[in-house]
Design a protein around this ligand. Structure first.
Ligand code: HEM
Ligand code: HEM
Length: 277
């Protein structure tokens, strides 16, 4: 049995694993075993759902909709979830740990060659291709949240950057989903279902011992309390809220003044012009 987290199995053997096939080292494969723990799966669900919701609110409903403050609130909760995922990436289970899916360029090249030739090895944890996409997506979401916060401080360059990053991220997500679907169909390995129930076809020795439901509940409780605090302290008149514990006030969208003006940097110009008229 291998002791490394990202070792591979012979794809043909994996496809036939329920019929008692053997892997590349001649070891018997026994069937479905637990690979993704609950914190990782819940993180993925909240990240994917949250990203889609924030994007739909911004692009579909638009800035002037009553839902728009939730765009930023969802973004802030996702940022907190990424923070928790980073901690779990350091201390979590075997395949959730970052050290199990940090690959060098050579591994990525080998993986890509294997994808093109359709002979590549199946990875039990994240493969080198998806690993890079994962790190880029996490960084992009954090950059989106940072630029989103800066928009509230009146930065116009942050506004442009926020929009560009959002479109790059949408492109990355489309590639991610396409990659997952292509892998599922071509390799007949249902990794979509694996991210839901946590199991993959592998040897019992590859399994993680626990899905860590208590840690998952802890993650959910922290994210829920954070979201509750942001929503409770949201002031619709100023379009602001306060970050729980830190107490920092954040502008979530451009605020409406009583006189109907929007609270943007152009406001000062509007006022001077109004007085001149
Ligand atoms: C709804 C469609 C989606 C499906 C079916 C899907 C499926 C998957 C699957 C199967 C994996 C595991 C890949 C592997 O085996 O290496 C994964 C991982 C991941 N996906 Fe998605 N995904 C979806 C949407 C998204 C979205 C919208 C995002 C980003 C906002 C995202 C970000 C990620 C990340 C960061 C990981 C790594 C999870 C971790 O290790 O914590 N996914 N996804
Ligand atoms: C998952 C994180 C986020 C995503 C995917 C996202 C995505 C987007 C998208 C697609 C737009 C529309 C861009 C356009 O076409 O004009 C937008 C606009 C905006 N976002 Fe976000 N955003 C996120 C987080 C945040 C956060 C955390 C904040 C504030 C704290 C924020 C504040 C804003 C504001 C104020 C606008 C309107 C900008 C304008 O006037 O054009 N966003 N966002």
């Amino acid at each position: 049995m291998s002791t490394t987290a990202n070792h591979t199995v012979n794809p043909t053997a994996e496809l036939k694993s329920t019929t008692g096939a053997t892997d590349a080292r001649g070891e018997r494969i026994h069937g479905n075993v637990l690979i993704w723990d609950l914190p990782t799966r819940i993180f993925h669900g909240l990240l994917a759902g949250g990203f889609i919701a924030a994007t739909v609110i911004a692009l579909w409903f638009g800035e002037h909709s009553k839902l728009f403050p939730y765009h930023a609130i969802i973004g802030l909760v996702i940022a907190l979830m990424i923070g928790l995922r980073v901690v779990w990436g350091l201390v979590g289970t075997r395949y959730a740990r970052f050290s199990s899916f940090i690959f060098g360029p050579r591994a990525v090249l080998e993986y890509m060659k294997g994808v093109l030739a359709r002979t590549g090895k199946l990875h039990i944890g994240h493969n080198p291709g998806s690993a890079y996409a994962i790190f880029v997506m996490l960084a992009l979401v954090l950059a989106l949240v940072a630029t989103g916060i800066l928009i509230g401080q009146g930065s116009e360059s942050a506004e442009d950057l926020h929009e560009i990053l959002a479109y790059i991220m949408i492109g990355m997500v489309i590639v991610h989903i396409l990659g997952v679907v292509i892998h599922t169909v071509r390799r007949r390995e249902n990794i979509i279902a694996s991210m839901i129930h946590g199991q993959k076809n592998a040897k019992p020795g590859d399994a993680i011992r626990s899905s860590h439901p208590v840690v998952a509940l802890g993650f959910l409780a922290i994210a829920g309390a954070f979201a509750f605090g942001l929503i409770r302290d949201f002031d619709p008149t100023t379009q602001t809220t306060r970050l729980p514990i830190l107490g920092v006030t954040l502008q979530l969208s451009e605020a409406e003044h009583k006189d109907g003006h929007r609270n943007d940097p152009g406001d000062a110009k509007h006022k001077v012009k109004d007085e001149d008229d």
